[in-house]
Design a protein around this ligand. Structure first.
Ligand SMILES: *Cc1c(COP(=O)(O)O)cnc(C)c1O
Length: 401
């Protein structure tokens, strides 16, 4: 007899009081169908083997665990290792879960992957998976984002996806979610709604985490190989929280390993230009899940801000809230300014340009490392590469100097 792990959701998708599937009645059965299909697939050796083969032969896994010797010397303290998700095909961790979702959609007999995207990173990773697996792909994007994120719109279209520009309301991510959900709800036979993080209704918080957990399994084996022991700290940025849970999952039972999630403090926690949901949010329901939400007094999701568009989200994956309340993971936040400094620091010391999202984790590591001894080890999840951010950073630093 084993007791249930506190780190696994119950059959209804609850992590403690968080998660579940809070859905309008007509979406209850379509989501339950996805949950049943994933439950079956996750025990099917053929499905798992096909997924593993794509990770190694297409994504290029395992990704490196790189000892950042120059950065370590510069900061003067703990030894810093980087889990190089930036080296994956498409340049970030998101491909790990979009491939798993595409294979599941195919297995369920769906023809089209549908999703919303803000900055376009999820849309590009999904369009990539769709092209590879021979599925159609439809990505809804607010008209403002379509204009702002032109290179990603071009990428998605080159990959064969249809980009739907949403002209309603504020013409931003919120309207894109409603638009994509509307199309899906009208035709769940044809479409598979592919959520881009460990958020949304059950089974997505568990399923996306499972797809990302390869990151932590690899990192655990790699650090044991390199150092002969487990790290003292893990650090990852948290938007919805998928790259973070991907790294953390393999270490949750290792009590000596301290785990830190890093949120965007934006322009500071005292104003409203941040997206620090774990730090300042309150219990609520968002996108079909019970979780912590940054909300207005009337209970709507608040407008949020981060210099990293992938962290710009007023909710957070329900398992993070549970891990925080259990005291297993600690959540910190870093500002836009600290993030830019970390972006420059890694570029200059290691010749690695990190995504602005990942730079949040690096900024936290830069604060922590000097307080530790050189016997201690920090593993940072470098969730993506920063090529997408270079023009923005150059402009921002140029006008500031
Ligand atoms: C999307 C994205 C994130 C944020 O998503 P999580 O689900 O919190 O991991 C982080 N880093 C990169 C590079 C991203 O593209």
């Amino acid at each position: 007899m084993t007791t249930a792990s506190p780190y696994v959701a119950d059959e209804h998708g609850f992590f403690g009081p968080y998660g579940g599937a809070e859905l309008p009645p007509h979406l209850v059965e379509p989501m339950a169908e996805v949950a049943r299909a994933y439950e079956e697939a996750s025990q099917d050796a053929d499905y798992l083997a096909e997924y593993q083969a794509l990770l190694s032969k297409y994504v290029g896994r395992p990704s490196l665990l790189y000892f950042a010797e120059n950065l370590t010397r510069h900061l003067g303290g703990a030894r810093i290792y980087l889990k190089r998700e930036d080296l994956n095909h498409t340049g970030a961790h998101k491909i790990n879960h979009t491939l798993g979702e595409a294979l599941l959609a195919k297995r369920m007999g769906k023809q089209t992957l549908i999703a919303e995207t803000g900055a376009g990173q999820h849309g590009v990773a999904l369009a990539t998976a769709a092209a590879l697996t021979g599925l159609k792909c439809e990505v809804h994007m607010g008209a403002i984002d379509v204009a702002k994120q032109h290179p990603n719109v071009v990428r998605m279209e080159l990959l064969g996806a249809t980009v739907v520009s949403v002209e309603e309301g504020g013409r931003s991510l919120k309207e894109a979610v409603d638009s994509a959900f509307g199309v899906y709800a009208a035709n769940p036979e044809e479409y598979f709604f592919a959520i881009g993080s460990v958020v949304g209704p059950h089974p997505f918080p568990s399923m996306v985490r499972d797809f990302q957990s390869v990151v932590g399994r690899e990192a655990r084996a790699q650090i044991l190989e390199a150092e002969g022991r487990l790290p003292d700290y893990l650090i990852a940025c948290v938007g919805g929280g998928s790259n973070a849970l991907g790294l953390f999952s393999a270490f949750l039972d290792d009590e000596a390993v301290k785990i830190v999630g890093v949120e965007p403090a934006g322009e500071g926690l005292d104003g409203d230009r941040h997206a620090a949901t774990m730090t300042l949010g309150s219990p609520g329901v968002l996108h079909g899940m019970r979780t912590r939400v940054l909300q207005t007094e009337s209970g709507d999701a608040a407008p949020v801000h981060s210099i990293a568009s992938g962290l710009d989200y007023p909710g957070v994956g329900p398992q993070h809230v549970h891990l925080s309340e259990m005291g297993r993971v600690q959540y910190e936040s870093v500002t836009d300014e600290e993030t830019l400094e970390a972006f420059m620091l890694l570029s200059r010391t290691e010749g690695i340009i990190p995504a602005l999202e990942s730079s949040h984790a690096l900024a936290q590591a830069a604060k922590l490392a000097p307080t530790l001894s050189s016997d201690e080890i920090i593993v940072v999840n470098l969730s993506g590469r920063g090529d997408k951010d270079v023009d923005f950073v150059a402009e921002r630093l140029g006008t500031k100097s």
